[in-house]
Design a protein around this ligand. Sequence first.
Ligand code: AMP
Ligand code: ZN
Ligand code: FE
Ligand code: FE
Length: 293
Amino acid sequence: MSQKVESGSTGDLSQVSPPSASRADLHTHTTHSDGALSPYDLVQRAHSVGLNVLSITDHDNVGALDEAVEWGKSFDMEVISGLELSVSLGEKDVHILAYFVDRRNQDLLDYLTFFRRERLKRAERIVQKLNSLSIPLRLEAVLQQAGIGSVGRPHVANALLDGGYVGSYHEAFDRYIGTGGPAFEKKYQLSPIDAFKMITAAGGLSFLAHPGKYLSEFDLSQLIKSGLDGIEVVHPAHDEKLMGYYRGLVNQYFLLESGGSDFHGGKKNDDHTLGLFTVPMHVVETMRSRLFS
Ligand code: AMP
Ligand code: ZN
Ligand code: FE
Ligand code: FE
């Protein structure tokens, strides 16, 4: 419960968040992956909605970070180096967030270049499948959507929409490119252990992104045994009950908590979410102390 403290009031102030308490959004995307905003525009928007800390977590890409960290300084905002990777757990595609990675770590950069090349090959395979379904989408149209960013299915969805082959962004997933759909293609199969090793070697912490209702307790225990540091508890896909469930697991296994909006902007129609899915500053400080103390 949030309480407003009037000056001169008495009581246990340690239990009260001031109305202007610092807030962090630790899951956002830019044009360096499948987000609609440039690093500058995202930092500026984050500042305008009152965020104090922002992590940019582009898929397989740290290209936004140098610029965003610099822009952050001019808005008096901290920008934490982040990243979102995809790993395979059995048949499931699971997303992993990394925080506080050294964005100049050469091994990390080499891996990310490799993953982005694999994404490009996958986009080619998706386009081939669509063509065989009599949809004459061209790879160039997808790459134009991706611009400088790691190419992904959202770019295919936007190209299908702009080409008039579907009536909405979501229809592209539902009819063609969603998991198991007729034009679905898997990504490169990275194991959780390899992802965690890569993140640890680059000085970062690994978090399970937006687990939702998708993972079994067995899946979660596998990830925890493989070296997971924390779970993204706050996310638009999590209701109060799910947040309580994951907070319970965090406490039970001595994990860390994270959270954010997973903001992409643009045609995904999630423009309203920036600033609404946040974690308090102590969450960030706990991460930092796990790494640096
Ligand atoms: P990719 O990394 O290329 O597999 O793309 C994954 C992204 O596509 C996710 O981060 C979501 O933003 C989006 N996405 C995946 N499945 C769906 C879906 N069923 N409907 C809408 N967007 C989706
Ligand atoms: Zn995305
Ligand atoms: Fe994700
Ligand atoms: Fe994301």
